[in-house]
Design a protein around this ligand. Structure first.
Ligand SMILES: Cc1cc2nc3c(=O)[nH]c(=O)nc-3n(C[C@H](O)[C@H](O)[C@H](O)COP(=O)(O)OP(=O)(O)OC[C@H]3O[C@@H](n4cnc5c(N)ncnc54)[C@H](O)[C@@H]3O)c2cc1C
Length: 463
């Protein structure tokens, strides 16, 4: 029987190379497909079918052999799909599939601007994927069957040879009573739109309210979580609400913005010096900051803190934590803190070499510090490029590259005209920015993302 298989596979390979590589003697591709056929033939055809009945064209048309499936068209997933398509341009046998539950790419790093002043932060995917050999699937991935290598998109199924998980993260409510029911999240464009509609109507309602205490309560906005998204949102809100109520002739002493953080400083992943600067600038904008304050319960109009204090508000925005969807765990994949997929240095699932994860979904470890790489757009982009190259290397028998995160800088925007941060310069130097210059830098970072998308997709992309 073993000899039968060997003969069959060699015959297959000859036919296969003839069809897919026009007879070109591509030694590495031949080696790769020999391994693939050895694995697939007994699984797909034996022992039910006699090996002599198997025809190469049937097997070649089997999508499991050639589909590279990317779930998520965010920073990481889109970069990986575009890079793969470019790398595999000469091999039409492979098909890159991109799945997302939305038909647009969200510039998530600017989501606070959409939530507060309705800034444009999405790009239709058709503009990015135009003329690219990438099959887009609109829908939500409900299940990943790693044993049979199938993903379920709503009611449809798609086989894969390699899978890249880039589903980002969602809000983590940490089981705090009332948090999921009574807070606004800021993770998607829909969340941002909901917040925008709410703030607009709160300001408008306050214009006709005669009772000043009621106006004060109406205009008390509370942000839970002093990480990157919380401080950026609070800074933006301070500028906007002021403008909004001025337009309605409401006295600005009625506005109150409170930022609550459980740790002893804001944006804890940045250096203390930056945390202090951010805190001071927010205070200058009129934001009240409560550090070392843990929220333990929420009702529809009240926040309860661990220290016994309460705050009355109906405007509570929760940016206090993220986690990855249970999809990975349900697929039998090994997950770590916050549900992120445990990956090796090549960003492959530890126990499944056909599955890769990137961005917020991956628990990538920084080999220098031994700590998980933070959830940030710059790392998702780097990882997207790396997994595309590693899958290409895996297919063609080249060596894969280990992931080393490069920190290019950290910039936190605090309203329309202000940002604080630093940027890495060649030869280990870094330059710090505070104020309008920082804001220009933040804008430049966003534009760089668009420019890179244009370069990778070879399309002229606009919002
Ligand atoms: C308000 C805010 C401000 C931020 N500011 C910054 C910043 O200044 N700098 C920075 O570096 N980072 C910032 N971040 C973090 C940054 O946005 C994320 O780290 C980054 O978006 C992660 O990229 P990703 O590719 O992993 O996932 P995402 O960009 O989130 O993309 C995930 C994609 O997967 C899709 N998806 C999810 N589940 C499914 C499913 N089951 N089926 C189909 N599709 C699915 C989603 O629709 C989405 O398109 C901010 C985040 C927020 C919320």
């Amino acid at each position: 029987m073993k000899k039968d298989i060997q003969e069959l596979i060699e015959r297959f390979l000859d036919e296969f190379m003839q069809i897919e590589y026009k007879g070109k003697d591509h030694i590495i591709a031949r080696k790769h497909y020999r391994e693939v056929f050895y694995e697939l033939i007994p699984k797909y055809y034996g022992p039910k079918k006699s090996y002599s009945q198997i025809k190469a064209p049937d097997l070649i048309s089997d999508p499991a052999l050639k589909n590279i499936v990317v779930i998520g068209a965010g920073y990481g997933g889109l970069t990986a799909a575009l890079r793969l398509e470019r790398l595999l341009k000469r091999y039409p046998f492979f098909k890159v599939h991109l799945i997302d539950k939305h038909p647009f790419h969200t510039i998530k790093t600017q989501l606070h601007e959409a939530a507060v002043r309705k800034a444009e932060v999405s790009i239709p995917l058709y503009k990015i994927l135009k003329n690219r050999n990438i099959q887009f699937h609109l829908g939500e991935v409900k299940n990943i069957d790693t044993e049979n290598r199938i993903v379920q998109i709503d009611e449809r199924f798609l086989n894969y040879q390699f899978l890249i998980i880039a589903i980002g993260s969602k809000v983590n409510y940490y089981n705090i009573p009332g948090m999921a029911e009574h807070s606004f999240a800021l993770q998607t464009l829909f969340d941002a739109d909901k917040i925008y509609q709410h703030i607009s109507s709160v300001c408008a309602l306050s214009a006709s309210e005669k009772d000043e205490n009621k106006v004060k309560e109406n205009l008390r906005f509370v942000v839970g979580g002093g990480g990157l998204s919380g401080v950026e949102f609070a800074g933006e809100l301070a500028d906007y609400v002021l403008k909004c109520i001025t337009n309605y002739n409401i006295n600005n002493r009625n506005i109150e913005i409170i930022l609550i953080e459980a740790a002893n400083r804001l944006v804890p992943f940045m250096d203390n010096e930056f945390s202090e600067k951010i805190k001071q600038r927010l205070i200058d904008k009129g934001v009240k900051i409560l550090l070392n304050s843990k929220i333990v319960k929420l009702t529809d109009d009240e926040i309860f803190l661990e220290n016994g204090k309460t705050i009355k508000t109906k405007n509570f925005i929760w940016t206090g934590g993220i986690r990855v969807s249970d999809l990975l765990k349900r697929g039998g994949l090994k997950t770590g803190p916050a549900g992120r997929l445990i990956v090796n240095q090549y960003l492959q699932a530890e126990d499944n070499k056909y599955v890769y994860a990137i961005g917020d979904s991956a628990n990538a470890i920084n080999p220098v510090t031994g700590k998980p790489v933070p959830a940030a757009a710059q790392f998702a982009l780097q990882q997207g490029r790396l997994v595309a190259e590693n899958i290409y290397a895996e297919i063609f028998g080249k060596s894969k590259k280990a992931y080393y995160p490069k920190v290019l800088g950290e910039v936190v925007s605090l309203g329309k005209h202000l940002a604080i941060g630093w940027l890495a310069l060649p030869i280990l130097k870094k330059v710090t920015f505070v104020g309008f210059l920082g804001k220009l830098l933040k804008t430049a970072i966003r534009e760089k993302h668009i420019i890179l998308l244009r370069k990778e997709s070879r399309n002229w992309i606009t919002y």
